[in-house]
Design a binder for this molecule. Structure first.
Ligand code: PIT
Length: 464
C-alpha cells in the first residue's frame, strides 16, 4: 500500500482489512492477540476482530492452540455463544472475525453496577447453562469460564467468548479423562488442582457455580491473596453462602460448588433444579446454517526467528502460566526484563509427599552444584563462586505446602541471582519431580496485583 494512502488512513483513524474497516481496540493484548472493532464496508455491520501476529506465534503449539480455537468456534452455533463469522490471514497476521457484542463483559457490569437481582441473575445463569450445555453436547469444554469471558449484548443476553483454552474430545487420554491444567485461579475446580485427570464437563459446571455466586452476591466464593490458601479453600469447598439470598438459590450454589466432582450436580440436575426452572425458556441452537469459508492457509506457520530457542517438548495447551514454565524454550526475554516478585516466584502441585519432594529437590540442586541449607522444613539452595555473590550466582528458597494429604504445592522463590540459571533450575526440578508436561507452573502474577475493586478479583491481564 502506498505510504500516502497509509498516512491518510492513519489520519482518518481507519485501517482497512479486506472488506472491513478496523476501528478501536475492544480488548488489549490478551492470549496472543488484540480484539478490535471492525465495520463491514458494504453492509455497515459491526464485528469484533481478534488479531494474532504470526511473528508472536513462536511455538507450533501456540499455532495449534489458535487452530483449536477456530476449529472449536466453527462448530458452535448458539445464541449464547459468540459466533465466528470468518477467518482471514495476511502474511503476518491471522484475523478471526467474530460477532460484535456491544455491551462489554459481565465482570465490568458487576464491578460497576454491583450484584444482580435473583430474577436478572437467574436469566443470565439460565443462558450460561444453555450455552455451556450446548458446547458440552458438541464435545467442547471451555475450561476458562469466568465473568470476563461472558459478554452481554444490547438486549442483556449472554454470549460466551474466548475458547482459547477449550478442549475437544481428541484431547481425552487413554484413561478417558482430560489432564491439562488450565483456567483462572478463582474459578478453577478442585479436580483440576488435584491434577489427577477429570471429566470434561465437571470443571465447567464448577466455574458456572462460581459465576452464579458472583452474580448474586457481588463477590467471589473463593478468594485469597495467597494462592496456596486459595487452593486449599477451593479444595475443601470452603465458602460461606450469604443467608440473604433465597434458600433455593443457596441450595443450587451448594450443589454446584461440591468439591467432589462425582457427587457434584450435573447439567441435567441443574436443569431440573427448582430455582433454575423458574421463568425458564430454553434457548434453541441455530445449528442449521451453512459453514462459512475458513481459510486454512492462515496457519502456514513461518519459521520461528532463529534467535528463538527450539522447544523440544511443549504442553498440549499454553497459557500465560505455562509460558513462565516454558521460559527456557521460548524467548520470553521481554516478560522478564522488569523482573518483579511475580517472575521470581513459581509454584507447581505434586502428589508426592512433602518429605519426598524436599529429598528429591535436595538431590537435584546438589547435583547442579548448589549448596543446601535446611531450616524449619524449608530449603535454601545457593550457588556462589568461592562463597561470593557474583555474576551467575543464584540463591533460591524452596518451600512445600500441604493442600491435602495427597496434594502438595512446591514454591520456588529466587532470593537473588541470574534469571536464566533460575529458569534452568525450575525446569530441571519440574522434570526431576515428575511434574507432567501438561501441568502449569503457577505464577503468582495475580496475587501481587490485587487493588481497586475489593469485591472482585482483578481482571487477569495475561501479560498484556
Ligand atoms: C466482542 C466484543 C468484545 C470483546 C470480544 C468480542 C472478544 C471476544 C473474544 C473471542 C475469543 C477470544 C478472545 C476474545 O479468544 O468487547 O464482540 O474467541
Amino acid at each position: 500500500m502506498a505510504i500516502k494512502k497509509k498516512i491518510e488512513e492513519k489520519q482518518k483513524g481507519a485501517v482497512q482489512l479486506g472488506k472491513y474497516e478496523i476501528g478501536r481496540t475492544l480488548l488489549g493484548e490478551g492470549n496472543f492477540g488484540k480484539v478490535k472493532l471492525a465495520t463491514h464496508v458494504d453492509s455497515g455491520l459491526q464485528f469484533a476482530v481478534k488479531v494474532f501476529e504470526k511473528n508472536k506465534i513462536v511455538s507450533p503449539k501456540i499455532n495449534e492452540q489458535i487452530i483449536r480455537e477456530i476449529a472449536t468456534l466453527k462448530l458452535l452455533k448458539h445464541p449464547n455463544v459468540i459466533r465466528l463469522h470468518e477467518v482471514l490471514a495476511s502474511k503476518t497476521k491471522i484475523y478471526m472475525v467474530l460477532e460484535y457484542v456491544p455491551g462489554g463483559d459481565l465482570f465490568d457490569r458487576i464491578a460497576n453496577r454491583g450484584k444482580l437481582s435473583e430474577t436478572q441473575g437467574r436469566k443470565l445463569f439460565q443462558q450460561l447453562i444453555d450455552g455451556v450445555n450446548y458446547c458440552h453436547q458438541k464435545g467442547v469444554f471451555h475450561r476458562d469460564l469466568k465473568l470476563e469471558n461472558l459478554l452481554v449484548d444490547a438486549k442483556g443476553n449472554i454470549k460466551i467468548s474466548d475458547f482459547g483454552l477449550s478442549a475437544l474430545p481428541q484431547h481425552v487420554r487413554e484413561d478417558g479423562l482430560l489432564h491439562t491444567t488450565c483456567g483462572s485461579p478463582n474459578y478453577v475446580a478442585p479436580e483440576i488442582i488435584a491434577n489427577r485427570g477429570y471429566q470434561g464437563s465437571t470443571p465447567d459446571i464448577w466455574s458456572c457455580g462460581v459465576i452464579l455466586y458472583v452474580i448474586l452476591t457481588g463477590f467471589l466464593p473463593f478468594d485469597d491473596r495467597n494462592m496456596v490458601v486459595l487452593y486449599q479453600k477451593i479444595f475443601k469447598g470452603d465458602t460461606q453462602i450469604p443467608k440473604w439470598i433465597s434458600p433455593e438459590a443457596q441450595n443450587l450454589i451448594r450443589k454446584i460448588l461440591d468439591p467432589n466432582p462425582d457427587t457434584r450436580i450435573t447439567m441435567v440436575g441443574i436443569k431440573e433444579d427448582a430455582w433454575f426452572k423458574q421463568d425458564y425458556t430454553p434457548t434453541v441452537p441455530d445449528d442449521e446454517e451453512e459453514d462459512k469459508y475458513i481459510d486454512d492457509e492462515a496457519f502456514s506457520m513461518s519459521e520461528p526467528p532463529s534467535s528463538a530457542p527450539k522447544c523440544p517438548e511443549s504442553p498440549t495447551l499454553i497459557n500465560a502460566f505455562q509460558l513462565i514454565g516454558m521460559s527456557s524454550c521460548l524467548d520470553l526475554s521481554g516478560f522478564f526484563e522488569n523482573e518483579g516478585v511475580s517472575e521470581r516466584k513459581i509454584r507447581f502441585t505434586s502428589n508426592h509427599s512433602a518429605k519426598d519432594l524436599l529429598a528429591r529437590i535436595e538431590d537435584t540442586v546438589t547435583e547442579m552444584g548448589f549448596r543446601v541449607q535446611k531450616k524449619n522444613g524449608k530449603l535454601k539452595a545457593t550457588q556462589e563462586h568461592r562463597g561470593q555473590r557474583c555474576l551467575g550466582s543464584l540463591s533460591v528458597a524452596v518451600e512445600v505446602f500441604e493442600i491435602s494429604s495427597s496434594l502438595y504445592v512446591v514454591e520456588l522463590r529466587k532470593s537473588y541471582g541470574d534469571s536464566s540459571t533460575y529458569r534452568q533450575l525450575c525446569k530441571k526440578l519440574s522434570s526431576d519431580l515428575g511434574i507432567p508436561q501438561s501441568q502449569e507452573l503457577l505464577s503468582t502474577e495475580l496475587e501481587n496485583n490485587i487493588e481497586g475493586d475489593m469485591r472482585l478479583h482483578v481482571r487477569e491481564t495475561e501479560f498484556s
